[in-house]
Write a protein that binds this ligand. Sequence first.
Ligand SMILES: [Zn+2]
Length: 412
Amino acid sequence: MPNATLQPKRTVSELKELRALTGNADGAQRVAFTETWDKARTWMREKLAKLPVEVHQDAAGNQWATLKGKSEKELLIGGHIDSVPDGGWLDGCLNVVAGLEVLRRIASEGAPPVTVRLVDWCDEEGARFGRSLFGSSACSGALDPNEVRNLTDRDGIKLVDAVRKYEIDLDRALDAKKELKNAAAYLELHIEQGPVLESLNLPMGPVLGTFGVERHAITFTGQAAHSGSTPMAHRRDALAGTSRLHLAIREIAVRHGGVCTVGKVTTEPGIVTAVVGKAEMTLDQRHLDARTLAAMYDDAKRASEQIAREEKIEVAWKKIWQIQPFPFHSKLIEMADAAIKEVCGASHRLPSGPLHDAAEVCRAGVPTVMLFVQSLRGISHNKIEDTKEEHLEMSVKALDRLASETMKWISP
Ligand SMILES: [Zn+2]
């Protein structure tokens, strides 16, 4: 009986226990590198102490629990116990608490065929210093300590000093890379944080990968002029550039099956009686396929140049940030799909818009997949974030099933 001891209801009650311990009327308060976060991690260590596992914190502050198996090859299950301020009760910690239940089940059956490790990544959210994926990007080697050293929080405290309090020496953080040496597969269960599964009336779906992102600032420059004395035909209206480009990028997104967003527009002089002389907009484009993402970027750039010509204005682009897509492992996606179908009856494969620690593990070359469970109203990073308890229980079962299949798959 493979699942004899799995108790998905215990996961739900432990999630409530964690909420009571580390939340308040405004939501979850487990911001990384704070006392409440530390309290949550101590709570987890107390749970882990009842299992035959070795627990340690690595050089980047990630907390690992290792159940030795017959092989050195490792199955990793991971999530993050940290939250945003006033966060939801499930984002991040569902993965860790469900992983704990799966670890209990596996441990109850004696030494597993491969080594199984549960990891609580350090500071996924980046809520205090504005740098997400701290611990997992140290493991992948993508973290540059010098880039984050002097980031400051609201009180002017530097990251390098804040992390020292939690026994992390920033200059040694990349030593955490060695934790992935024997990793053969990585599984992460997470709430969807979007509306797709709910709109399909499905509890769960396997994740195809995380979107790549192109983020740019685009400035149109025309000529500021009097709103009364300048006839329409004589205007060089910079806002016409942003307005027309905004409409164009919506079509580009639909045509390529991606998402494109203009989140901010500012104008100068920005008064009611002047034609706009300078208009700046942000553009955020996301797609799972690198070539298609590049095509969306090219299309937007070409559209902006054509609009500038037609409006007799100038356009300039400046890169804000960019990340490649991380498609997950095709065999693991198949296995995740099968596990979900067994538990829930149906499944729907979907990409992830938000980044997750799984992207960093994938970057490090470890075969990776995520499972999404439905989010009610698609809301997250908010105290009203919620998922039906029956779906939470299904998600623990699906993760458990996938863990068993993955152990077979990576067994030597
Ligand atoms: Zn999360």
